[in-house]
Design a protein around this ligand. Structure first.
Ligand code: ADP
Ligand code: MG
Length: 215
C-alpha cells in the first residue's frame, strides 16, 4: 500500500472537520492527490447509515445495534473507498475512524474493549491509520462550540450532542488512553489552541511524514 492514511479524532466540537478541511486545502495547494472522507459515511450506504446513527430515536438505539451500524458503514468504506485510494498511492484524510468506535462505544457506552478491538479490526479488514490527530478538548467547551455551529447549520446530526457531559468525559478519557497506548501513531493536540496554530502543527507533522516516506 503506497498511500498515506490520516485520521482526525476528538469529542464533538473539537475542530476535526475544521482541521481536516484546512489540511486538505494545504495538501491540494502543494499539488498532492488527496481524498477527503468521513465516518460514519463516505459511501452511499455509509451516508444512509450515518443518518440512522446521528439523528435521535425514541426509544434510542441499543449500544450493540449502534456498534454494528458503525462497523457496517466502516466495512463498506474500507472496501469501496479507503483501500482502493491507498493502493493508488493517494493521501486519504478521514474525519473519525476506529479510535472513535473504541472511545464512544467502548469508553462511552461501556462495551468491553478487547472484544470491540477484535470486531473493529475485522470490520476495517486490518486497516490502521498511519497518523491520527487527536484534538483533545474539555467536552463542555466542545459541546458549546458544536451548539453554536448547529444554530446556523440545520444538519439534525445531534444524537451524540444530546448525550450527558459524563458520557463525553468518558469518551475524552478513552481517547487519551488510546493515545497513551499508541504514542507513535496518535498525536494529541490541545484543541483549545487557535485554529491557525493547530493547522500549523498538523501541516508540519504531515510534511515530515511525506518527506520521510520519500527517502
Ligand atoms: N481551535 C478552535 N478554536 C475555537 N473554535 C474552533 C476551533 N476549531 C473549530 N472551532 C469552531 O468550533 C465549531 C466546531 O468545529 P468543528 O470543526 O465542526 O468540530 P468537530 O468536527 O470536531 O465537531 C465550529 O464552529 C468551528 O468554527
Ligand atoms: Mg465534524
Amino acid at each position: 500500500m503506497g498511500g498515506l492514511f490520516i485520521t482526525f479524532e476528538g469529542v464533538e466540537g473539537s475542530g476535526k472537520t475544521t482541521q481536516h478541511r484546512l489540511l486538505a486545502e494545504a495538501l491540494q495547494r502543494a499539488g498532492r492527490a488527496v481524498i477527503v472522507t468521513r465516518e460514519p459515511g463516505g459511501t452511499a450506504a455509509g451516508e444512509a447509515i450515518r443518518k440512522i446513527l446521528l439523528t435521535p430515536h425514541d426509544p434510542d438505539l441499543s449500544s450493540r445495534a449502534e456498534l454494528l451500524l458503525y462497523l457496517a458503514a466502516r466495512a463498506q468504506h474500507v472496501t469501496e473507498i479507503l483501500r482502493p485510494a491507498l493502493d493508488r498511492g493517494a493521501i486519504v484524510l478521514c474525519d473519525r475512524f476506529t479510535d472513535a468506535t473504541l472511545a464512544y462505544q467502548g469508553s462511552g457506552r461501556g462495551l468491553p474493549l478487547p472484544e470491540l478491538e477484535r470486531l473493529c479490526a475485522w470490520a476495517a479488514d486490518g486497516l490502521t491509520p498511519h497518523r491520527t490527530f487527536l484534538l483533545d478538548l474539555d467536552p463542555a467547551v466542545g459541546l458549546q462550540r458544536a451548539q453554536t455551529r448547529n444554530s446556523h447549520l440545520v444538519s439534525g446530526e445531534i444524537r451524540f450532542e444530546l448525550e450527558t457531559l459524563p458520557f463525553h468525559q468518558r469518551v475524552r478519557a478513552g481517547y487519551l488512553d488510546l493515545a497513551h497506548r499508541e504514542p507513535g501513531r496518535i498525536r494529541v493536540l490541545d484543541a483549545a489552541w487557535p485554529v491557525e496554530k493547530l493547522q500549523a502543527v498538523i501541516w508540519e507533522d504531515v510534511q515530515e511524514i511525506l518527506e520521510g516516506s520519500r527517502e
